[in-house]
Design a protein around this ligand. Structure first.
Ligand code: PLP
Length: 375
């Protein structure tokens, strides 16, 4: 199989799978138990937190494990806004965010917050200038994704942070870095962010594990209440096997971010060059991140192309997996015409992507174009 849908999810790496198995079968105690088995599990949890925190570039106490990127996004927005509501009522985000952010914004709107949803520019990213213009005295929260999950467009979060500081704004800055984590180098400090969402299954860890970075000193009300796990910030027995796997995946990926990014960027460039040669009407949409390529064959239907590729075991997607085939709100927000949107494909690379995968994709699309054009 030629799996090129790595922005939807990734193959679990052997190191992560082994770490999960070890945690499930050897150090399987409850980290809150006071006996030896519990203490061993707590040590595993602490080691794992240190690994993920180091990969992100924060201290372990600033990293809280969640069940997924969506939970991290929900928590950052709902509790972030709540914690600031005495200072104001206005939130800035964008129309190109993941649904985990968009639905949280809808909820906040129902609760009386006023939301400004910025439009991305032609690259697919929101400009710092647009944030500056939208900023008000009562703005309490800005949430913008770092790398867009459909186009790979990278927003200048550090620039947004600088703009907030220059304006003397006390607004919290959150970024959804689910697609950027371990793909492009950044740290909370380099971005100037107060909250950052990440997710394991995009970086070769299993599904069902995420984390939220919360800057030291910022107290967020829990949205999952119960026990006092995660220093009382998120209840629920820690998912030690997924957490151990997340840490193992970080340990493998972190030292090679630049090397892997370079390789994926080269592959991305090769795909574009080959497809542009074989398919003159091909359109490349936005871009920025090394591992995501959004293209369109205007006038063609994504589903037809995907079926053609699937027959050759080449897996790509139309847009975000959680849209389940629905039209892309991101491409619509970019103001693209309907022919371009309806013919869009998203190609997601990973460090496991091989030359054979690239060949199968390029040859598949070339053949699809040649065969279907003559019908
Ligand atoms: N944010 C972005 C940008 C994503 O791409 C995704 C997943 O596709 C999420 C959030 C949600 O992450 P999870 O699947 O871990 O809930």
């Amino acid at each position: 199989m030629h799996y090129l849908d790595n922005s939807a999810t990734t193959q679990v790496c052997p190191e992560a799978a082994q770490a999960a198995l070890f945690a499930m079968t050897q150090e399987f105690g409850n980290p809150s138990s006071t006996h030896t088995a519990g203490r061993e599990a707590k040590k595993l949890l602490d080691r794992s937190r240190a690994s993920v925190a180091s990969a992100l570039g924060c201290i372990p106490a600033e990293l809280i494990f969640t069940s997924c990127g969506s939970e991290s996004d929900n928590w950052a927005l709902l509790s972030g806004a709540e914690s600031m509501k005495r200072r104001g009522n206005h939130i800035i985000s964008s129309v190109a965010e993941h649904d985990a952010i968009r639905r949280s914004l809808d909820l906040l709107e129902e609760r009386g917050f006023e939301i400004t949803r910025l439009k991305p520019g032609p690259s697919g990213a929101v400009s710092v200038e647009a944030v500056r213009e939208a900023l008000r005295e009562d703005t309490i929260l800005v949430s913008l994704m770092l790398a867009n999950n459909e186009t790979g467009a990278v927003t200048d979060i550090a620039g947004v942070s600088a703009a907030l500081k220059a304006a003397g704004s006390s607004a919290l800055l959150h970024t959804d870095a689910v697609q950027a984590f371990m793909k492009i180098p950044f740290s909370p400090k380099s971005l100037g962010a107060d909250m950052i969402s990440i997710s394991g299954h995009k970086i070769h860890a299993p599904k069902g594990i995420g984390a939220l970075y919360v800057r030291k000193g910022l107290r967020l009300k829990p949205i999952i209440v119960g026990g006092s796990q995660e220093e009382g910030r998120r209840a629920g027995t820690e998912a030690t096997s997924q957490i151990a796997a997340f840490a193992a995946a970080c340990d493998v990926a972190a030292p090679k971010i630049a090397e892997n990014a370079e390789r994926m960027r080269t592959m991305r460039g090769e795909i574009i060059r080959r497809l542009q040669t074989d398919i003159p009407e091909l359109r490349v949409i936005g871009g920025g991140a090394p591992h995501i390529l959004s293209i369109s064959l205007p006038g063609w239907r994504s589903e037809v192309l995907m079926n053609f590729l699937e027959a050759r075991e080449v897996y790509v997607s139309k847009s975000s997996a959680c849209k389940k085939g629905a039209r892309s709100h991101v491409l619509e927000a970019m103001g693209l015409d309907s022919k371009t949107i309806d013919g869009a494909l998203r190609i997601g690379l990973s460090r496991y992507t091989s030359q054979e995968d690239i060949d199968a994709l390029c040859e598949g699309l070339r053949d699809a174009h040649a065969m279907l054009a003559h019908r």
